[in-house]
Design a protein. Sequence first.
Length: 367
Amino acid sequence: MLILGIESSCDETGVALVDASGGRTPRLLGDALHSQIEMHRAFGGVVPELASRDHIRRVLPLTDAALAQAGVPLSAVDAVAYTRGPGLAGALLVGSGVACALGFALGKPVIGVHHLEGHLLSPFLSADPPEFPFVALLVSGGHSQLMRVDGVGRYTLLGETIDDAAGEAFDKSAKLLGLGYPGGPALARLALQGDPLAYKFPRPLLHSGDLDFSFAGLKTAVLTQVKRLAHARLDGPATLHLADPLTLQQKADVAASVQAAIVEVLVRKSMAAVRQTGLRRLVVAGGVGANTQLREQLGSACARAGVRVHYPELHLCTDNGAMIALAGGMRVQAGLVDWSLAGAAGYSFDVKPRWPLAELAPPAVLV
């Protein structure tokens, strides 16, 4: 069973092919990815219209590249999976349109996949795949969630952010420091030169007694500290005018202190989720899961508690087609795709820019 996966939810175009034959974990056969970071950097963030247009340019050449890497012709594909949501509406429409066109041309079914389910299952492509059940820390873009995962499509929400997510806290703090786009990785690199104890930033909801997150207050604290250091004034909600620009060391200390606050909250809440569920396995997925400090501190905490921790490979932490093909393949293996519906709707499709993972219910969307 060969599943072609297409990811186009934001600023990466990804296409991949996985083999979901038999009862074994799907294997990645070919993977091609294009990042739009350089294009969006001049604007300080993702421009949706530009993102959509670039997906149109990239998706078919990437499809050819992924199939060539796998040594498999397009005609051998058994199903096409695509990201149905959440994400940017225009960008999602590109991937879904191409997937349905390919499905129609091949006479094969098309599977709409939840973007976050792709992240959640991505560690199954790693050299050390997990086993069900496990606790999952999902930290991707605007999402920070803790889930109990008992199987494919069997997800219980344990806690989530009530405002800004961890990734947003990284990005917004980086913007206040003038680090440009993408902010999270830039802040993490700068933090290597700083003192994580230089500034005592708040750890929101650390002692709340639940598993929810909140990072909006941390962003405000960073803004206040930067203004104090630079004798700055604020024009509008996010425009800083610095009277005395921060030194590189001051920026590094702020970056290190922000990272320390975010990582401590994520680690403490994750370990609390493990204790509450009684499970002995933790999976970390999503872009923030690539953060070195988070991996080191979670690894140490899990080792002390006798808990196994699993991560996707670093190149699979960002958005990619492999995780979409994987999720489609694992849904097929779990019997959550009704093959009798193939083509019943004439390969019509829709996208869901806002689609909570908790709403995901079998069977998968199949057109």
